[in-house]
Design a protein around this ligand. Structure first.
Ligand SMILES: NC(=O)c1ccc[n+]([C@@H]2O[C@H](COP(=O)([O-])OP(=O)(O)OC[C@H]3O[C@@H](n4cnc5c(N)ncnc54)[C@H](OP(=O)(O)O)[C@@H]3O)[C@@H](O)[C@H]2O)c1
Length: 293
């Protein structure tokens, strides 16, 4: 059993992490109301008092539009907050795990999939703050694991938040009956949050370094949404509800796919994204989510 402190535990990933791994590990989850990561003294006290072996830093401003409109606040939380947590983790002798993103590559001219050796060129405030945090954390953490995640998906669960994602967004379109434009020139990995949670114990044992994590696929966003519709048995509603958006990213396709060969070579395998979507929906329709152990 490992002693793990996770920040951002009221968020999409954090709530599920604590529930899913709370039986096998001793987990202290902290949300914003327990600990503001901008209060460096409080962060030091909290982490020193718990004495974790691993600190997973999930707290961040993740709404990309909010980041664009509030760049200073986004930088403060995504960079300074991360540094506060990393300093406290180092002082407590804990491993620092930083949850980063595929979006560090959203300004690269050349198409993905990108390996960990590829120079990242972010062009949004969210992507830039995450990359800056990565770089500055390397200066202060002796034992640092950077996990760059692809876009996570999952479904709403009781009293747990759900963020915009390929499966839930598709279902909302179907429920609302609102015709919605979906980009044709956008490519990214999408990962079922439970596939990530299953593999988290193995990820936490990787040697220090940067890793690209998640499911891969070669489909564009429109085709992923269409796949969800087909899996829901409503393929006959695709033309009525999903409008292929050929304009968005036409000049420069948005391709932020990650190459996950590095974790694959260490035995950590994710299913391809469409298989993961199918599994997520099957699981939800039948047994629900099973807790381990
Ligand atoms: N979900 C994805 O698709 C995805 C993909 C790649 C990487 N990631 C990374 O994975 C991590 C978790 O993502 P997520 O989807 O779970 O994000 P999320 O749902 O937005 O959760 C982030 C949490 O951080 C908290 N937070 C913000 N400012 C804080 C502060 N000053 N002090 C303490 N807590 C603060 C937020 O609290 P409030 O709600 O009160 O603001 C929120 O509960 C993030 O670092 C994200 O960048 C996520």
């Amino acid at each position: 059993m490992a002693k793990i402190l996770i920040t951002g535990n009221k968020g999409f990933l954090g709530t599920r992490f604590q529930r899913y791994h709370g039986r096998e590990h001793q987990i202290e989850g902290v949300g914003r109301e327990d600990l503001d990561i901008l209060d460096s003294d409080a962060v030091q006290r909290k982490i020193a008092a718990f004495g974790p072996r691993i600190v997973i830093h999930g707290a961040a401003v993740t709404a990309t539009a909010f980041c664009e409109q509030n760049p200073e606040q986004a930088r403060e939380i995504n960079v300074t907050g991360a540094l506060n947590v990393a300093a406290a983790a180092r002082d407590a002798g804990a491993r620092m795990v930083f949850l980063s993103t595929e979006q560090v590559f959203n300004g690269n001219d050349e198409p993905g999939p990108y390996s960990e050796d590829h120079q990242a060129v972010p062009n949004t405030v969210y992507g830039k703050t995450k990359l800056e945090a990565e770089e500055r954390l390397r200066e202060i953490s002796q034992d640092l694991l950077i996990l760059r995640l692809t876009w996570l998906f999952g479904l709403p669960e009781f009293r747990e938040p759900v963020n915009s994602n390929v499966v839930w967004d598709s279902i909302r379109i179907a429920i609302s009956g609102r015709r919605t434009k979906v980009a044709v020139h956008e490519y990214r990995g999408v990962t079922w949050v439970y596939d990530l949670l299953d593999r988290f114990p193995a990820l936490l044992e990787l040697p220090s370094g940067t890793y690209h994590v998640g499911s891969e696929n070669d489909l564009n966003r429109y085709d992923l949404f269409r796949h969800v519709f087909c899996e829901l048995g409503i393929s006959h509603r695709v033309e009525e509800l999903l409008v292929p958006d050929h304009k968005l990213y036409r000049e420069r396709p948005r391709d932020i796919r990650l190459d996950t060969e590095k974790i694959l070579s260490r035995g950590i395998v994710f299913p391809e994204s469409t298989r993961a979507i199918s599994q997520c929906l099957r699981d939800f329709m039948t047994a629900g989510i099973a807790l381990p152990g």
